[in-house]
Design a protein around this ligand. Structure first.
Ligand code: ADP
Length: 264
């Protein structure tokens, strides 16, 4: 039998070893590339607000603070907004790294998803009003629907999706929130009628730091982390999140939740 030939079997062992090593090396290289890109993305995201804060402070130092109090105050407000942005970015990064390294625990509890949607929409209504956007919650679903999930993290998911719909939605338009009962699950959908997402970018929107060019050109603030946080949270719940979109027409994001069984 060929495999019993000591030379052949030694050769096979060496080949196996070499192929295992080369796949390990490929994996390490991929990790290294990922880390490099991650760092370069982070530094890019941090540089913009930091440089602008630096610019405002320099100008104030150079005398603006005495010359023009109104403009100086305006610059201070802008600097403060940029600092806020950095804080949001850090929070998102912190959240992402916890989610990616499995350092978070999902606290499952039973709650009414309809109530959570109403509560969340209320907290975002002022922001929506700034863009003259109306948020419409499907009225068919005024009955409570109990789900089993991490309430706080699901609220984060809803916030991120609605915030995106406000950012990329149509000014003066609407955002619709629908819920659909499935067999053992509930599907929640957030729909806007805004810029939409190019078909080629659709599979990439959940990647961290991914931002479609359109959104850059609209210059809406954002880190490109919101949807990857959404995806991680849904995966930690062993549930799904999907997107469908038509460029120039609008976008629908949908996620599922497990229905709570009677009594738990
Ligand atoms: P951010 O909004 O901070 O850029 P996200 O991870 O939330 O990051 O979204 C990633 C990208 O997906 C956005 O930059 C945008 O290009 C696209 N996107 C997300 N939501 C929508 C939406 N409702 N309509 C159109 N494009 C969207």
């Amino acid at each position: 039998h060929a495999s019993e030939d000591p030379i052949l079997s030694a050769e096979k062992e060496v080949r196996d070893w070499a192929s295992q090593k080369s796949s390990e090396i490929a994996q390490l290289k991929a990790q290294e590339k990922y880390r490099r890109e991650f760092l370069s993305n982070i530094s890019h995201e941090f540089k913009t607000p930091l440089f602008s804060v630096q610019g405002y402070i320099e100008t104030l130092k150079d005398g603006l603070i005495e010359e023009d109090v109104v403009l100086a105050t305006n610059f201070l407000n802008k600097a403060s907004k940029n600092i806020d942005r950095l804080v949001y970015l850090l929070n998102d990064l912190d959240e992402i790294s916890k989610l990616e390294t499995g350092q978070i625990t999902i606290n499952l509890e039973k709650f009414d998803i309809i109530e959570l949607i109403h509560e969340t929409v209320e907290s975002l209504e002022d922001r929506a009003k700034e863009e003259a956007i109306r948020i419409i919650i499907d009225v068919k679903n005024s009955q409570p629907i109990y789900v089993k999930a991490d309430r706080q993290r699901i609220q984060q998911v809803i916030i991120n999706l609605i915030n995106n719909s406000i950012k990329y939605g149509k000014e003066g338009g609407r955002i619709k929130i629908n819920t659909y009962p499935l067999l053992d699950q509930i599907l929640v959908e957030v729909t806007d009628f805004g810029v939409g997402i190019d078909e080629k970018n659709l599979p990439r929107v959940f990647e961290r730091f991914f931002r479609a060019d359109k959104s850059r050109s609209r210059e809406v603030g954002g880190s490109g982390l919101g949807l990857s946080i959404v995806k991680h949270i849904m995966e930690a719940h062993q549930q799904t999140v999907q997107v469908r979109s038509t460029e120039g027409m609008g976008t629908t994001f949908g996620f599922t939740l497990e229905k709570a069984k009677a009594g738990n």
